[in-house]
Design a protein around this ligand. Sequence first.
Ligand code: NDP
Length: 412
Amino acid sequence: MSSEAPASIGDRIGFAAQLVGLPVFSLYVVLCMRLHGGELMWPGADFWSGLRAPTAATAGFYAAWIALQLALAAWMPGARVEGPPLEGGGRNLYRRNGLAAMIATYAIAAAVVASGVLPASFLYEELVPLAVTINLGAFVLSVFIWLTGRRQASDAERDRGFLEAFYLGATLNPRTGPIDWKYWMQGKPGLTLWGLLALSCAAAQAERHGEVTNAMMLVCAGVTAYLVDYFWHEEHILSAWDVKHEPMGWMLTWGSCAMVPLVYSSPLPYLVVEPVSLSWPAFAAVAALGAGGLFVFRQANTQKHEFRRDATTKIWGRPAEYVETARGTKLLCSGWWGLARHCNYLGDWTMSLAWSLATGLSTVLVYIYPIFFAGLLLHRERRDAAHCARKYGDDWERYVERVPKRIVPFLY
Ligand code: NDP
């Protein structure tokens, strides 16, 4: 649905279904990966008996994790960057300290392991109660963000019903002191945990099998490269369309806190149970696919970012071409943006496929990330297109005529 139109009954049923269904889905994936070697299980009573309530260790870890990520975001030094223009005028300021926060987190994690407080395989070993803890934590954070957002909402935003305000968000940019919840949520609690979970799975594989296989190394390297790239270009997220236009609620909170470390990570626990070793040609092919995806993803996002900063920028060595809109905004038609309207999605998705391919073809659940992500990106592209069509009217039509493909050059 559009964030600008009131939610219909159908939308509300969808919100309620996702509030229940998505956490259950994430727990299903974790149980299959952690306890059943990635087998697609029938979710009967026997299956769910494997679920574990949060333990003191997982609850303590996650509380400390959230506190650490908040403290680093608030106090780690970093350049101030301006966000997009706000409806009411002005721009919010953000601190670009994600990479420093990530490095500090890894250093603290290394110290925690070296001092024997927690074993390196802790995140893998405790994955089941941790998944429950993370889902509960996402709800707690969502309630806090909803209450914060409600206090900061405009009059128009206050008209949203409870379910809509909780699920989609009560306001665009809820803030508490130095923390902008949307900016923080996009990267800090979920992405960084995904990176540490990858290393924890590698440690668990080494403990069980006496080696870290090349497939595990490849997935760990891919996830780490994705994280470093994200935080290196952290301010680019400020031009993502949900950051600019969508309120901040449960959907974004759960997606960032729970979906990323629990569902996107599915190849990793599988590799602990099945220590796949790739032939060197297969290794090279998967690495090239992942690196190619990262290249397209980054170059497409950077082309748009640079163009929006300076429309006279050169793309692939030539002056940028664009469609001028009546609102004054320019729509880029050069580089990746001349081949399809969302090559950045294609690059992102290609990476997800590569890390799953690294595990081989023996179970469908290791492909849950590219499958789920394909649905998410296809839906997101439609929502973005509808939003842009409303915003730019006939100018958008002219742009679509010039760049007819949505995501895949020449195909779709
Ligand atoms: P985009 O970065 O493509 O942003 C879309 C917005 O850009 C539009 O709403 C419009 O905003 C503007 N725009 C559209 N076309 C053009 C053009 N030709 N020239 C200039 N501006 C244009 O998409 P997203 O914000 O959805 O995604 C950003 C990145 O985040 C992507 O790489 C995506 O893969 C990734 N992502 C990752 C997810 C994950 O779970 N890992 C989830 C979602 C996204 P306006 O004109 O209003 O400024």
